[in-house]
Design a protein around this ligand. Structure first.
Ligand SMILES: Cc1ncc(COP(=O)(O)O)c(C=O)c1O
Length: 396
């Protein structure tokens, strides 16, 4: 069988691969500590689950309209007004199978061969792959921890080709946890307006911002740039397996994405949509609790990372990842082999401490390793102790 070339061009998801390694090791009875997780460790709240049970009991188990049930769109409109201070109309909303499908649909609807799409590294592993699937070209702009992982506008804005059609921003970021300053957001919006770029704002970690209240990019859009916003119930409501995300923006694009979704997956699971209504409109208090717990874990993770010689990590102000720099350990020899990449270093950590992490290579950040702190404080303490001990075997 000869597979289509688009499949060979596609990289498998690094994060999914590491999660699969962790679960395989667990099945083998290995006492593994998994810092590769990309989801909250708390269960979906009971009142949300109950809404799903009611949906099943009342026979709400058939196809729905492609773009989402009216009740859910109303809940989205109210949530976006309540939490993000943005007023949207029903025809600006599309409900999809998670943020990942939303991003895929938007990219397929907008980009094609000859287009360029700007991404900032470190980037979420799926962005370049989703862009490549449209035959457009991802253009990577490096950012540095000392600049809060924001681009140097003076350097990059003059270099952009006329082929650029879109730019993807992810604040709070996976993997760095960085939250862009208002100044950086406004700079990009101004530039996007001038150059006619579509701004993709992936705000899937919007509810997990620890120091300051989160401001959605659209709410700062005084330049009237074309912004399309991606949100999901996966992280904020601990609903990763339910597969519900939503997009809002220009009705023309929403209609195009909806047309594509109609031919691709028809609609989002009817039961999950009812649960999503309850999540967005019902009691929000558990989210505040979850945020408090994550902040404590973040601080614990940072203090333990700080204790490892040669490792530095900026404070992640959002999401649930720490993204420390391990580059001091690259080029070190172990058992006759040189550890040249963060993938090799993460493999060394896995073999020597039974701790699963995600190497920075997949995020376009060689030398870095991602640690998720969406795990218990006990696991964080034990896991980081093991990592520290393993690294002592390396003379960096
Ligand atoms: C930055 C980012 N965007 C989007 C997603 C997609 O999430 P979902 O498809 O579960 O909504 C993820 C998931 O890890 C993510 O980290």
């Amino acid at each position: 069988m000869i597979l289509a070339s688009r499949i060979s061009k596609l990289n498998p998801s690094y994060t999914m691969q590491m999660a699969a390694t962790a679960s395989r090791m667990r099945e083998e009875g290995i006492d593994v500590i998994d810092f590769s997780v990309g989801e909250p460790d708390v269960p979906t709240a009971k009142h949300i689950c109950n809404a799903a049970i009611t949906a099943i009991d009342s026979g709400f188990t058939k196809y729905t309209t492609v773009s989402g049930i009216p009740e859910l769109k109303t809940a989205i409109k109210e949530k976006v007004k309540r939490d993000n201070n943005i007023e949207i109309e029903t025809d600006q909303i599309l409900v999809s199978n998670g943020g990942k499908q939303s991003l895929y649909l938007a990219c397929q609807s907008l980009f094609e061969k000859g287009d360029e799409v700007l991404l900032f590294s470190p980037f979420w592993v799926s962005y370049p792959e989703i862009v490549k699937l449209t035959d457009a070209h991802p253009v990577i702009i490096d950012t540095r921890p000392e600049n809060n992982f924001e681009p140097n506008f003076k350097v990059f804005s003059n270099k952009m080709s006329l082929k650029v059609k879109g730019v993807i921003i992810n604040s709070p970021s996976n993997p760095t946890g960085a939250v862009w300053s208002e100044k950086a957001v406004k700079n990009i919006l101004k530039l996007a307006k001038e150059k006619d770029w579509v701004v993709f704002s992936d705000e899937c970690y919007e509810q997990l911002v620890y120091e300051k209240p989160f401001k959605s990019i659209e709410s700062l859009n005084e330049y009237n740039a074309e912004v399309i916003t991606f949100m999901t119930l996966s992280k904020s409501y601990a609903m990763t397996g339910w597969r519900v995300g939503y997009t809002f923006g220009n009705p023309k694009l929403i209609k195009a994405m909806s047309k594509l979704q109609g031919q691709e997956t028809s609609c989002v699971n009817s039961i999950a949509q009812k649960a999503a209504v309850e999540a967005l409109a019902g009691d929000q208090s558990f989210m505040i609790e979850m945020k408090k717990v994550f902040k404590k874990r973040r601080d614990l993770m940072l203090s333990l990372l700080d204790d490892i010689p040669g490792v530095s990590c900026t404070t992640p102000h959002g999401a649930f990842y720490a993204f420390p720099d391990f580059s001091e350990y690259l080029g070190v020899r172990f058992n006759g082999e040189i550890l040249n990449t963060s993938t090799q270093l993460a493999q060394f950590i896995l073999e020597n401490s039974k701790v699963v992490t995600v190497p920075g290579d997949g995020f376009g950040a060689p030398g870095y390793i991602r640690f998720s702190y969406a795990v218990s404080s006990d696991f964080i303490e034990e896991g980081m102790k093991r990592v520290k001990q393993a690294l002592q075997k390396l003379k960096y």
